[in-house]
Each structure stands twice: as C-alpha cells, then as structure tokens.
Design a protein around this ligand. Structure first.
Ligand code: UDP
Ligand code: MG
Length: 309
C-alpha cells in the first residue's frame, strides 16, 4: 500500500482539484493507497472539506493540529501515522503533480528506497529563485552529508526509511536533510514544478528563513568554527602589524584604532550570535515538548504518541 502524506495550511481552494487529480493518477498505479492530509491549523474550511472526503471515501484520512506547527512537523506527523509500504510526500497546492508519482513507483519497484524529485525550473519570483539557489549551495559547502541541490520534500520513501525517520527524536526537523542523512539507495528524478494552483503561498519569508536556518544549523557545525578561523586570522594580522610598526616606529592613527575596535566588536557579536543559534537549538531539544498536538482525526488511530516511543 502507498500512503500519500499531504501537509495543508488553508488550502480550501486546492483540495477539490487535488482530490480529482489523485484519484485519476491512482488509476495508473494499480496499487492500494491511503491519503493522510495534515491540517496544520487552518482557519478556512479545509477541515470541513477533509470531512467530506473521508465520508465519500475512507481511504482519505486526516489529522488536525491544534494550531499551526509548520510544514516540516506536519510531514513528520503524516509519516508517523502512515500505514503504507512506502510514503509519498507532496504539497496540497498541486505544485507537486500527482501524475509524477507513477514514475516514483516505477523506481521504487526497481529497488530504490528513496526517490526524490529534482526541480528543473522554478517558476517562483526572481528573489525566491536566487535565495533557494544560494541556500542550497551554502548548505552543500557547510554540510558533510550531500543534500541534493534543488530537491524539495516531494519524494517517495520506503517503509524502512519511514521507520528510521520516525525513530529520530529531533525536534528541529529538516526532513529533506534527514532523508539524505539516512542513506539507502537514493535516486533523483527530474521534473518541471508547476505553479501553485490557487491561493497564496503559505510559506512566509520568516518561515522560509527558519527552514533555511534549520537546514544549516542542524546539519553543520562549521559555523561554530568561524570564531576559531576569524580569531586566527585576526591574531596573525595583528601580530604582523605589530612587527611592522615596531621596525617602522610608526605612530598608530586614532581612527585606525576605531576601525579595528568596530571590526572586532562586530566579529565578536557575530560569533556570539552563531553560538546563540546552537544554544537555542539545544534548549529546544532538551525541553522535549511534543512535536505537535492533535486536535481531531479522521480515520486515524492516534493511540501511539511520537514522544512516548
Ligand atoms: N504548509 C503547511 N504549514 C505551513 C505552511 C505550509 O502545512 O505552515 C503546506 C501548504 O499548505 C502546502 C505546502 O505546505 O501544501 C507547501 O507550502 P507552500 O506552497 O506555501 O510552499 P512553497 O511551494 O511556496 O514552497
Ligand atoms: Mg507551494
């Protein structure tokens, strides 16, 4: 069986078409399937629509969070309650076309455990495209594991991978990074990403920044080493300068001192900020609060709890 995991935040305009497209695409799969939609604290009629789906067809199941917990937690919850032999993660706005899933399934049957989509062309605005490009390249430089460039959360993962993901206790979840970290046989499939069918993007700039920070700080400790390198460079430079001035009998101009003081002040603040990022994350992890809170369900038994595993 295949489980489709679909995070949803105020997607009432997209759900009816999503339903049709999935039913149509599923005819080609010739596999039993279930759909788990996670209502991530929507305040439109998303939940009412999900109820209709479930009444029409019990394969359509849903979880409703008590508030907005964010896309990554919604995906994690969906995977936690997935009953399939594999799971496909896709967005509700039809940017990830259900028609592509057939190609994922073919690869899965060839024996791959992780099949992820690679976006050929982004149809978002210039600013977003450039930011994504820069982000993935920075992440690639900083992180030891190779997180594929330009691949999002749209993917198919085998039961083995789902089980490993579910056993990872991290609060701060950057799912596409964890997916790469887990390993197994992985393959990327190129596809042209659609534009959002209807409604506004639900990822605000702030949410995107948080996602980017999660990616970098959860998968690399290189930023922590910035202080060391910066310190070394500054020490070496000042040492050389000191020798230079000693022989030259130079008198140091006051404004040079000011510039150096500002530079050092800035460098120290930067390093403190980086430290703060990690300490904040440690704090977040040790509090060990539930990753999400479920308010309602449709067709899903939530007896097992993520945190109590
Ligand atoms: N989403 C969510 N919670 C959020 C933000 C987004 O569940 O806090 C869902 C949203 O409904 C959509 C998917 O995540 O199904 C991707 O969101 P969006 O289309 O806004 O992201 P983009 O495609 O712009 O990256
Ligand atoms: Mg989208």
């Amino acid at each position: 069986m295949i489980t489709l995991v679909i995070p949803c935040f105020n997607e009432q305009e997209n759900l009816p078409l999503l339903y049709e497209k999935i039913i149509k695409a599923a005819e080609e799969w010739k596999e039993p399937f279930e759909v788990i939609i996670i209502d991530d604290g929507s305040n439109d009629s998303t939940w009412e629509i999900l109820k209709q789906f479930h009444t029409k067809d019990v394969r359509w199941k849903a979880l409703r969070f008590s508030r907005n917990f964010g896309h990554q937690k919604a995906i994690s919850a969906g995977l936690f309650y997935a009953g399939g032999d594999c799971a496909v993660i896709l967005d509700a706005d039809l940017q990830d076309s259900p028609g592509e899933v057939r190609r994922f399934i073919e690869k899965w049957k060839e024996g791959y455990e992780v099949i992820y989509a690679i976006r050929l062309k982004r149809k978002e605005n210039f600013f977003k495209r450039v930011s994504y490009k820069i982000f993935y390249r920075i992440l690639g430089c900083l992180s030891d594991i190779k997180i594929p460039y330009d691949s999002g959360d749209f993917c198919l993962i085998d039961r083995k991978v789902i089980d490993v993901l579910n056993s990872i206790r991290e609060q701060d979840r950057f799912v596409r990074g964890l997916r790469a970290w887990i390993g197994f046989r992985q393959v990327g499939i190129k596809y042209e990403r659609n534009i959002r069918h209807a409604g506004k993007p639900k990822f605000t700039l702030r949410k995107l920044k948080n996602l980017a920070f999660s990616g970098i700080f959860s998968f690399s400790i290189v930023p922590l080493q910035i202080a060391t390198y910066l310190g070394l460079i500054i020490c070496a430079t000042t040492f050389l300068l000191a020798i230079f001035y000693f022989f030259k009998h130079f008198s140091v101009q006051p404004h040079y001192i000011l510039i150096i003081a500002f530079f050092l002040g800035g460098a120290q603040l930067l390093c403190l900020g980086v430290l703060g990022e990690y300490i904040g994350r440690i704090y977040n992890e040790v509090r060990n609060r539930p990753l999400w809170i479920i308010r309602d369900t449709l067709g899903i038994n939530i007896k097992k709890h993520f945190n109590s595993l």
